[in-house]
Design a protein around this ligand. Sequence first.
Ligand code: ADP
Ligand code: MG
Length: 601
Amino acid sequence: ARSDGLEGQVSGARVIAQALKTQDVNYMFGIVGIPVTEIALAAQEVGIRYIGMRNEQAACYAASAVGYLTGRPGVCLVVSGPGLIHGLGGMANANMNCWPLIVIGGSSERSQETMGAFQEFPQVEACRLYSKFSARPSSIEAIPSIIEKAVRSSIYGRPGACYVDIPADFVNLQVNVNSIKYVECCMPPPISMAETSAVRMAASVIRNAKQPLVIIGKGAAYARAEESIRKLVEQCKLPFLPTPMGKGVIRDNHPNCVAAARSRALQFADVIVLLGARLNWILHFGLPPRYQPDVKFIQADICAEELGNNVRPAVTLLGDINAVTKQLLEQFDKTPWQYPPESEWWKVLREKMKSNEALSKESPWFKMEGSSLSSLVQEYRRIPHPSWELASKKSLPMNYYTVFYHVQEQLPRDCFVVSEGANTMDIGRTVLQNYLPRHRLDAGTFGTMGVGLGFAIAAAIVAKDRNPGKRVICVEGDSAFGFSGMEVETICRYNLPIVLLVVNNNGIYQGFDTDSWKEMLKFGDATTVAPPMSLLPHSHYEHVMTAFGGKGYFVQTPEELQKSLRQSLADTTNPSLINIMIEPQATRKAQDFHWLTQSNL
Ligand code: ADP
Ligand code: MG
């Protein structure tokens, strides 16, 4: 019996927590405050993990990554007004990425609505632009069904973000336990399949392709279609290309992966099978000059409205990627077919990859004194040739390639790679390999900077529960790190053994060395003379980690990098941050986009 006379009563906070748990929601990220603290407490009471973050944006990024990694949405819990508004960035990012997410926002008391209440804001309306579903339950009794609907909407059809608004007066209101009916856990998303005639037509278009290509997107990763897609690619001997987060659906070092000839593959393919990837900026809209004007797209997606965006597809396969890929496989089982490995197209792609990789005894790697990299050379043959030269440069400060080669050499194969930054992310992606699906998290469709630490925290928390011992490596540019840098405290508080690498060039895109910076300041105040891209040179970001008890390293040479990374990876209990100084003016190697300079194309 309770001493508070509330026998048989239950609080709104408890109803919310119980309703979430009933929907198999297991992770909540957020920042407590009026009026949501009790919701976080209640969540822990019902067995939901609660991870307190330092900014709602990062909390929202983390919750959305849980959705992508597990297929079950995470919750982001925010306070009213500014708290919710800070979370909108994370909601937008999740929705753009098509990742499931539940945001629960406290809001001002209903009785004070429109009176200028504390942190009053039209939250349900504000969330509409950033979500698939945004609603406020009309009573405590209505909470379970609204939460069921939010969870269901977040994972059915095209996944996305959903918002549930909780007025302050709901949180502590006590109602009779018997008045609450918890809605059963929603069914798993129904699996939709493509029309049989469309599948047949797709198979026939593939069979008649002269220069076929499969593109694998993060929709395929989310759909857990790795097994069927690998079968399709191997059985039909098709070349494939992953998008940034499609990396790992089939391992990067698979013989059919033509990532090292990406531009060539896109430009000359005559049939492209698009599996869970949109024809947006990441894929150059599917348009010339990056593609043939008459390329036939076979577009597979769960979202009907996506089909036909930017191009007129030859065949549309509306359905779940895994189911649709299996349907295609059935066709090729019935009438076996494979794309001839000796075709001209394979030759062109292989040649291009070879010239890009160009690994011979002449490779600068073999000439490096005391290099331990020959094993690396044998392992990872997917790296553009000019980068080998850059990577082997012994001059200091280091360049991006040198850094990433040394990192790749030590990365555990099954680790999560989280990455953001401009050059750091773009160059890192070409060197850092993925061997498993859903193991790369980056700035994504929305190109969001600041996601890294939240994603890394989510991956580490999920790994702790599901794959203890699995490591999370978070590769950040120095600018990108700054957006959510205080989440290092969160990492240390929960003792997550994340390895944070800050690739530090003293700026956004580019920066200045200490001497140039000092020289510049002779001409005036930094606000008038410092280029807007510059950040304080020689910043000791590793101290952010040591401030909270983690390990910090400041490295300037390949040897220091190797050693600190080895130590960080060997330490399975503490987080670490390696601040890697690179050439402030280092950029990427030149790309041969010849159509940009040739007017006849
Ligand atoms: P990428 O960034 O890798 O190119 P996008 O995010 O642009 O990928 O595209 C992912 C696509 O996958 C979206 O259009 C989304 O509707 C789709 N998608 C998500 N889940 C599934 C699924 N289970 N089956 C089919 N398509 C899916
Ligand atoms: Mg930078």
